[in-house]
Design a protein. Structure first.
Length: 125
């Protein structure tokens, strides 16, 4: 169905929704190890978003991009565009948190603790 037909059939905003949480990962989903997927699941669940309710996208290029206008974006990409790690940044109406790639977080308790300290501020309310 082309976009014009879709827009004509589904005019009501009830058919349009924005994701609450977008996760940006630094590589393809298929190459994530089981431990990385488990860690991601635990993080998203801790802030009130089970895995089946989030949007996951892969980083492309030098910056961080996401679809739509989510409430929160967690970027597991490492440092990007001079943005500090483990801080809640406001980008328009979107909260952005940049942290290390999942492959590094799995084995780095200090980095996980820094991210864990943000959980109360990120919890869906």
């Amino acid at each position: 169905m082309d976009s014009f037909a879709f827009d004509c059939l589904y005019r009501e905003s009830v058919y349009a929704f924005e994701p609450g949480l977008v996760v940006v990962i630094d590589g393809p989903w298929a190459v994530l190890q089981a431990g990385e997927r488990d860690l991601l699941s635990r993080i998203t669940t801790a802030i009130g978003f089970p895995m089946d309710s989030i949007t996951i996208t892969q980083r492309s290029g030098d910056g961080i991009q996401w679809p739509g206008t989510p409430r929160l974006v967690l970027a597991f990409t490492g440092p990007v565009d001079g943005k500090p790690l483990h801080q809640i940044l406001q980008v328009g109406s979107v909260q952005l948190v940049v942290t290390q790639p999942l492959s590094l977080l799995v084995s780095d308790e200090d980095q996980r603790a820094r991210l864990r300290a943000l959980v109360p501020s990120l919890t869906r309310g």
